[in-house]
Design a protein around this ligand. Sequence first.
Ligand code: HEC
Ligand code: HEC
Length: 170
Amino acid sequence: MKNWMQFMVLIASITSASALLASGGTERGGSQMPSVNNAKWKAECSSCHMLYHPGLLPERSWNKMMAGLDKHFGENASLDPMTRDEITRFLVLNSADKSDNRRSSRIKQSIPANAAPLRISETRYFTSKHDEISPATFKRKSIGSAANCIACHQGAEKGNFSESQVKIPR
Ligand code: HEC
Ligand code: HEC
């Protein structure tokens, strides 16, 4: 009888362990970034380039970027303080630190703790995923630069970088 009880306990723990694994693949830790929305972010951060999903950079990168909008990659992207603060809060709340999807976690892990890169396209995660694409390809008229994710990833603004949706334009 004692052995039988031990057997039942073993079965119960295996079942809960596999349920945990299964949920890890879907509800938490999936590769799709969560759907996010903020009207000011959409209006102000998509006039010069595509909208970058907040889950693509850690909180410290967004804070640094939003504190230096007057010198934003050679452009003046300044905002009034209220709009700037609202967008900053939105970016921080949905940053790679706050998201448990797989890509945000990998991006975060690829950035040294003392670094706050402003470019997603210069993170180690990005370069490791794009090492087979030549600089000439990124410079094509139809693409422009590595920062133009949406030229190749149709779902980029929604945080969808699934391999089935990648297409490099000519
Ligand atoms: C006045 C134009 C302008 C506005 C407005 C603007 N940006 Fe940019 N941004 C740029 C330019 C130019 C680059 C460099 C693009 C390139 O290298 O191809 C850039 C690059 C970036 C990058 C780096 C992309 C990469 O991985 O290489 C991020 C992230 C970014 N912007 C976020 C924002 C956010 C957030 C806002 C809104 C607060 C914003 N931008 C508003 C002009 C702008
Ligand atoms: C010139 C086209 C191109 C551009 C621009 C580009 N990518 Fe990619 N990306 C690719 C290709 C091709 C792959 C490899 C897909 C594969 O492995 O099947 C890839 C892979 C990825 C992956 C990994 C997908 C996976 O499941 O392994 C991520 C995440 C990603 N890109 C994000 C980005 C982000 C963020 C940007 C912009 C900052 C960007 N990419 C810009 C072409 C591009």
